[in-house]
Design a protein around this ligand. Structure first.
Ligand code: SAM
Length: 193
């Protein structure tokens, strides 16, 4: 998921990597007794952090030729920050392919008339709320021509508008709150990370 934004152009394939601070507090809640599968691993950072924490983790990504939504393998635990535009499809596919699922989602993903029936049928067992709001992207607006776009927060800050050369206003907060949503029998209730 990551990075909703106010009319700005989205980055290709929803590639907004998870900041370390949005993932590491979850590590103590992950079991070393199951194989963890990261089905949209981007640059592989969640897998790297899990392996460093002595967890059994692997993954793949669309950009490496893998399509999670076509993968019918059963997994021990599926964990990812899914692409924003496919978040519900990812949740739905994951919970039918693993007994434990962690998804990083906007908190307000819960409040939606179009998803109400899905949430009623699949309420999460636990929420791990990120008390400190993560920043996934920088949001850029040209003062001169009004062009708006966003870039992953780790990108180099653009110096001027690529369309008109104008001065840019850059912000990194999109005032969106996030949580790791969990489905399964190992955790329940609210956890405040
Ligand atoms: C928001 S980024 C998150 C990357 C990584 N999970 C992380 O936490 O840093 C979403 C990722 O989903 C990948 N993606 C999009 N559609 C996919 C699909 N159908 N199957 C696998 N990966 C997909 C994109 O290539 C991108 O790397």
């Amino acid at each position: 998921m990551s990075s909703t934004k106010r009319g700005a152009t989205r980055h290709e394939a929803d590639f907004y990597s998870t900041p370390e601070a949005a993932f590491k507090p979850l590590l103590p809640f992950l079991s070393c007794h199951v194989k963890l599968w990261e089905p949209a691993w981007g640059d592989g950072r969640l897998v790297r952090w899990m392996v460093e924490a002595h967890l059994d983790a692997a993954g793949d990504d669309l950009k490496d030729g893998y399509d999670f939504l076509k993968d019918e393998s059963q997994r021990g635990c599926i964990i990812t920050n899914p692409p924003f535009s496919l978040a519900l499809e990812f949740c739905n596919h994951a919970i039918s392919h693993a007994p434990h699922v962690f998804m990083l989602l906007r908190l307000n993903f819960l409040a939606s008339a179009s998803r109400r029936d899905w949430w009623r049928a699949h309420p999460p067992s636990a929420l791990f709320i990120l008390s400190e709001r993560p920043s996934f992207a920088m949001f850029i607006k040209c003062h001169h021509c009004g062009q708006k776009f966003s870039l992953p927060s780790e990108s180099e800050r653009p110096k001027q508008c690529d369309k008109c050369g104008g001065k840019l206003a850059i912000t990194t907060s999109d005032s969106t709150d996030y949580a790791w949503f969990y489905w399964g029998g190992a955790h329940n209730g609210l956890h405040f990370l």
